[in-house]
Design a protein around this ligand. Structure first.
Ligand code: CP
Length: 317
């Protein structure tokens, strides 16, 4: 298995099965810090830089919380408009990253341009963690999600996963790539204008990912062990910021998971994950059903980032 020391976390495309389990084992070992709300000193000599060119609630704060939990230092920006990359100068990723690498030991980057973290990694002498790039990938979120499934269901192999939402979403790309490493079977449900591209499907076929496209949640929910959701009422992830304006419309029934549908059709032990934020595809009254695991998933977001930071900074093997 390749070492994680100094490694960039940019994509799940080429992550190997044993590497997933290694990350999960480290996450399990570090989980008590988050569960017991205590801080340690594993990363006390290290500094995290957060470079967020797009809004975030969970990813940035969970990554920063993880660094604090392990005794490390944090600095960064959450609004690129307050940097030279977001004003008159439009400073390049290359020049920006050449600065950031002098200020810290690992860079966590979110960007509206697909491939921006890869570009950063080309120039940075410190590890770069992709925290979401345009419609590209969101590896730390999906590692959190796979860890949550593994923890909650005891396995990944053998699970049937219903993926519902906008298939242009970076989480959907990362989870479908990751599925190549496990005996996972997918049902993919999305509006036609948000479906998997032919190019991406060819890539998945080349990786022997097992999935089929289905027209509605109702048509396959009875078979699903895991229901993995994203909105279809969605922002444009290629923009640095999208304001809420006017009527945003509602989610068609085919892409919603409701309390009534769960009671009528879902497997009793199926679990729902949603990386959040949500719109009306997942009504709040589902929160109190036995299927809801998205708050556990959110908690695990801190646990997973502790594991990743510790691994790439060489504090654990
Ligand atoms: N799940 C997720 O990426 O949330 P944020 O956009 O709030 O970081």
């Amino acid at each position: 298995m390749r070492s994680f020391l100094g490694r960039d976390i940019l994509s799940l495309k080429d992550m190997e099965r044993e590497e997933f389990f290694q990350i999960f084992r480290v996450a399990d070992a570090l989980k008590p810090y988050a569960a017991e709300r205590r801080n340690g000193d594993l990363l006390k000599h290290k500094t995290l830089l957060t470079a967020f060119y797009q809004p975030s609630t969970r990813t940035r704060l969970a990554t920063e919380a993880a660094m604090h939990r392990l005794g490390g230092h944090v600095l960064g920006f959450s609004d690129a408009k307050m940097t030279r990359a977001g004003d008159f100068y439009q400073e390049s990723i290359k020049d920006t990253v050449h600065m950031l690498e002098y200020y810290g030991d690992v860079i966590a980057m979110r960007h509206f341009q697909q491939g921006a973290p890869d570009e950063a990694a080309r120039w940075a002498s410190v590890p770069v963690i992709n925290c979401g790039d345009g419609w590209g990938e969101h590896p730390t979120q999906v590692l959190t999600d796979l860890y949550t499934i593994w923890q909650q269901r005891g396995t990944l192999d053998g699970m049937k996963v219903l993926l519902v939402g906008d298939m242009r979403m970076r989480t959907m790309h990362s989870i479908l790539y990751a599925m190549s490493q496990f005996d996972l079977e997918g049902f993919v449900v999305s509006p036609p204008d948000m479906s998997l591209t032919e190019e991406f499907k060819a890539d998945l076929d080349g990786r022997s990912v097992q999935y089929r496209e289905v027209e509605s949640v109702e048509a396959c929910i009875a078979e699903a062990d895991v229901i993995y959701m994203e909105p279809v009422v969605q922002a444009d992830y290629t923009q640095s910021r999208v304001e809420a304006s006017g009527e945003r419309g509602g989610t068609p029934a085919a892409y919603r998971v409701t309390r009534e549908l769960l009671a009528a059709r879902a497997k009793p032990d199926s679990i729902i994950l949603h990386s959040l934020p949500r719109m009306d595809e997942l009504p709040p009254d589902v929160d109190s059903t036995r299927h809801a695991r998205y708050w556990v998933e959110a908690f695990n977001g801190v646990v997973m980032r502790m594991a990743l930071l510790s691994l790439v900074l060489g504090a654990v093997e």
